[in-house]
Ligand binder design. Sequence first.
Ligand SMILES: [Zn+2]
Ligand SMILES: [Zn+2]
Length: 386
Amino acid sequence: MGELRDFVSDVLEIEGSAVEAVEPDGLEVLAPEPLRTAMDWPELVRLGFGAELPAGAVAVGFEGDWLDRFGALLRDRGRWAERQLVLPDPMPRIAYPERLLDHALDLPNAIWRLHDVSTAWARCLLLAFRYTAVSDEKREGLVWLGFNQGTGAVIDDVLARLRPLLAADTEWQVPDPDVRRAAGPAWDAPTLEARVRPLLKHRVRLEMEPFLRTMRRRLDRDRNRIHEYHNDLHLVAQRKLASLAGASGEKAEGDRKREMLRIAAIEREYSAKLDDLRRNYALHVTIEWAQGLELFVPVQRFEVLIKRRKGERLIRIDWHPTVRLMEPPPSDWGLGLERSRFVCDDHLHITDAAGQSPCPSCGRAWCRGCHPTACPRCGQSIKSLG
Ligand SMILES: [Zn+2]
Ligand SMILES: [Zn+2]
C-alpha cells in the first residue's frame, strides 16, 4: 500500500494540504478549502492505507471510488509532461557504426551507405491510451506507443526499456530551450493522427486477443448448448408428427396441428435465444488517450544514404545510448514495426514488405506509398491499415 499512500500524499500536497505520515501506514492531513469540501473531510483528517488503521482514520484503498476521487483532484494535470534526459556519462563513441547499421537495416532490394554519424537530440513522443472492451465480460488495459519525431521511427523496444528508467529516476529536468530547438519541431496534428491511429488499432487488437479468444469460446459453448437443447425438442416433436402421419380422423388432425405449432414455437424460441446471445456477446471497445510525455533524449544519429536503381535518398536512424538500442528504420507506409524495408523505384518510398507486395487481384506489385488507396493497374482498392 506504500505506493498508494505516496501518491495520495503527493496529490494532497499539490492541493495545498499539510501532510504528515502517521503509524501504522497512515497520513494526517490538514486540508484547506476547496479540498475539504471536494472530499467531504473535516479540516484535520487521518487516512489509513493498511490492514491496521491509525486511531480514528478513514480507510483508503484501491477498492471503491478512491482512485476516481483523487484522480478528479488532478483533473488534466499530469496528463502531459515534457522531460529532458541527461546522460550520467559522456556519450559513448561508436567504434563500428557500419556493424550497428548492418544489424538494424535489412533492405532486400536496395543498398545503403553510411553518410554521417553525429550526436543529436531526439524528440520522442510517448503516448498512453486506455482501452475498455465490454461484451459479456469487461476488460481494461493500457497501451503505450512510442515515436521518434526526429527520424519517424516507431520506438517500441526503446520505449519498453526507457519506461522503467523513467519511473526509477525522480530527477525531472525541464527541457532546455536550446535542446528543444536542436531536437526540431514536433509533428503536426495530421501527421500525429496518421501515425497513431493504425498503430494504436493494431496494438489494442493484439492486447485484446486473449480476451476475444476466451469470449469466442464462451459464445461457442453457449451456442452449442442452446442448439442441443432446441434440437432435442425439435426431434421429439418431429418424431411425434411422423408417427401421426398414417392416422386419420379429427383427433389425429388436431394432434398433428398441435405438433406443428409446437415445432414452430421451438424454432421461434431458438432464434430468439440466438438473438439474446448476440446481444449479450456484442463487443464494444472504447479507446481514450490517457497520458503523453515528450522526451528529449541524446542520441547518436546515423544519416544513411539509401540507393535504389538510379535514385538515392537520405534517412536518419538513431542509436539510443540510454538503453543501448538502435531504433528500427523509418517507414513511409505500414506500421514500421519490423526491421525489413523495401524501397520503391519511382519515389524511393521505404515501406514494409507488404507495401510493395503483388496486388491480390491482378498480381502486379506496386508501391502503397505511391498509390495508397488502390492498385494502379486494376483499381482494386486496398483495405486500410490496421
Ligand atoms: Zn491490381
Ligand atoms: Zn513509392
